[in-house]
Structures are given as C-alpha cells and as structure tokens.
Design a protein. Structure first.
Length: 358
C-alpha cells in the first residue's frame, strides 16, 4: 500500500469507530429521515462494556437521524425491583438493598448492580424515581409505574421527537453525505488516477473547506441547547479538521435531548406495521408469560400497561397474543415445543407451557 492508501484506510477505520456508540444493552435505536419509514438498530447485547453494549449506527449514506428508545428496565413488584439488564428473565433486587445513585450515564442500584442509560440526566431521573418507589406502598408503586408506562407509550410524542431530530440535523446530514462521497470517493479516484499532485491537494483543500462549513452548521444547530452537548466548541473544532467527526456531526445533535426516551412500541407511526407488530408480540410475551402466569389472577404491571396500550391503539388480542398452533405443548414466552408430560420451560425460568390452540 502507498502512503495515500494507508491514510485513507486509517480514515475509514476512524470513521467506523466514530459510528460506534456505547448504549444500554436493552436500547433500541430508530434510524431514518423525516416522515418516511424508519429502521431499527440494536446494540450487540452479548458484549458488555461498563454496563452497556456497543451499537453501530447507520454508516453509509444517505445519512440518517437517530432516536433512542428504552423498554421498561425497572418494574416494581412486591418482593423487589425487577431490573432488566439483558435479554431473558429480569433480575430482582430487594427494596431494602437498593441504594440508587447516578454517576454520569450509569445508574448504580446497589453495591454490585449497575445499568447504563442514555444520558446523565436520565440516570439522575431514575435514581430519584426508584428512591420514591421505595417509600411507597406496593399498590402505590404499581400505580406510579402504570403512570410512567402511559407516558412512555405516547406515540404522538415519540413520533414528534424523532421528526424534530431529523429536522434539526437535515443540513448536517446532507453535507455529511457530500463529505463521505468526497472523502472516500472523489479523492480516492483522483489519487488513484493522478497520484500525488496538485489535483489531490486541491481536492483535499475542498474537503477542508466543507469541514469548516460543517463546523459552522454544527455550532448553529446546537446553539439552542448548548448545555446538552458536552465540550461543544471543542467538538466543533474537531469537526472542522477531522473528516470522521465532520461526517458524524449530526449524531451529537440527534442525541442532545432532555426528554426521557420512549418505549420502542411508541414508534408505531414510524415503523412498518409488520415490523411493529412483531415487536409488540415479543414485548407482550416477555411481560405476560412469567413463572406462575397460569395461577396469577392479576396481570403483571408490564402486561397490564401493554394491554391498555393495545386496546387504545385498536390492536386485537389475537394479533399480539396469537394462540399456539403446534400439536405439542408450547412455551408461550420463547415458542419452544415440548413432549407431552413436560409442564414448564426451564430455559425461561419455569414458565408454564400452553396447550395447542390455547
């Protein structure tokens, strides 16, 4: 490889690193632009780093805006706080053992349990909320959670927040697409055909000029919420001189919000109906079918909140909770089939099986 090719390879590697974000392991990320259909990106939940997991944002043009969502990570129960750290059954922490405190974007629940959230403000909010839940009676905790769930499932607010993020970053994303094509396309072609020379230097000069414009757009876009963008001026300086930062300048603007992330199902107006319904079924199974579900006369708080939401949205029960179709007993949570005589799914923590057609 020539020196120029090595330089572009380094730029490409730095750009991919800039596309990585450390997010909560259970986070959902919507990627899109405007009122068109958005896609969903998930972190690599099997890889945990300081309480979170890496997520690779949409890297190729056209550049997208991004909006984060979180399922209900903390659900109050009589015996303690249900904490969802990863896929599968949640962890239960006794109310007496809880000592919630926020440290930047990490929420410490006790001496050994920590959860990474999307922002320091959100970590502080949950520390205060869980402290309030500790002081409430069990029925009051359930009411408080259901109130929080209704707010997080507001589809209009979730759609508005995502579209606003797309509008705030429109200019940054368009110029980022131009920068991507210019850096990895035009300059590469010019260098391949003409080698080191005035044309390559001229193309590099144009790239630097575009980066200065991007830095100005970044400062203008972040002016209304300066406090939400750490080291704003230093970041703008990096945008002006580093191509990888210039191409991802819109991400800092997308993520700069004080609003609490919605539940992923609140993205219904943004997603394809088939994709959204598949997610709705997954969340319902995880909320409704827990060990002891056949004996519980009262729905778990998560399932109750989802049922109210589905009813409000006009979703029939057969759509989000279809009956088992196999001939053998089926785990209603993971869908595995079992031989006759088996009564519970060990992989799901002892969830009772459901007969075919039920």
């Amino acid at each position: 490889m020539t020196e120029g090719q090595t330089l572009f390879a380094v730029f490409a590697l730095l750009y991919l690193i800039e596309c990585l974000r450390l997010m909560p392991s259970m986070a959902w990320m919507a990627a899109g632009a405007g009122k068109s259909r958005w896609g969903v990106i998930r972190p690599w939940s099997r890889l945990h780093v300081t309480g979170g997991s890496p997520l690779l944002l949409a890297a190729l043009p056209p550049m997208n805006a991004h909006a984060a969502a979180l399922p209900w990570l903390f659900v109050p129960a009589e015996d303690g706080l249900r904490v969802r750290l990863a896929e599968g059954m949640p962890l239960t922490l006794g109310w007496d053992s809880l000592q919630p405190r926020a440290e930047e974007s990490t929420l410490h629940l006790d001496t050994c349990t920590q959860v990474r959230l999307t922002s320091p403000a959100l970590a502080g909010t949950w520390a205060r909320r869980i402290s309030e839940w500790r002081r409430l009676a069990p029925d009051k905790r359930r009411v408080a959670f259901l109130k929080h769930a209704r707010t997080s499932l507001d589809t209009e607010a979730a759609e508005k927040a995502a579209i606003e993020a797309a509008q705030r970053t429109r200019g940054l994303r368009r110029l980022a697409t131009v920068l991507f094509v210019w850096c990895f396309g035009i300059i590469s072609v010019v260098y391949h055909r003409f080698g080191d020379g005035p044309l390559v230097l001229s193309a590099a000069g144009v790239l630097l000029l575009l980066q200065f414009v991007q830095a100005w757009l970044f400062l203008r876009a972040t002016r209304p919420f300066k406090k939400l963008v750490p080291h704003r001026r230093w970041r703008a300086l990096g945008v002006a001189f580093l191509p990888q930062l210039a191409m991802r300048a819109g991400d800092a603007v997308s993520f700069a919000t004080e609003k609490e992330p919605p539940h992923p199902l609140a993205w219904r107006p943004l997603l394809e109906d088939k994709q959204w319904l598949s997610q709705a079924r997954q969340f319902w199974r995880e909320a409704r079918y827990v060990p002891g579900w056949t004996q519980n006369a009262v729905l778990p708080p998560e399932a109750e909140a989802l049922r109210v939401f589905f009813t409000h949205e006009g979703i029939a029960e057969a759509d989000y909770d279809p009956p088992a179709t196999g001939k053998l007993p089926t785990c209603p949570r993971c869908g595995s089939e079992f031989q006759a005589g088996t009564t519970a799914c060990k992989d799901c923590g002892g969830v009772e099986l459901r007969e075919a057609g039920v």
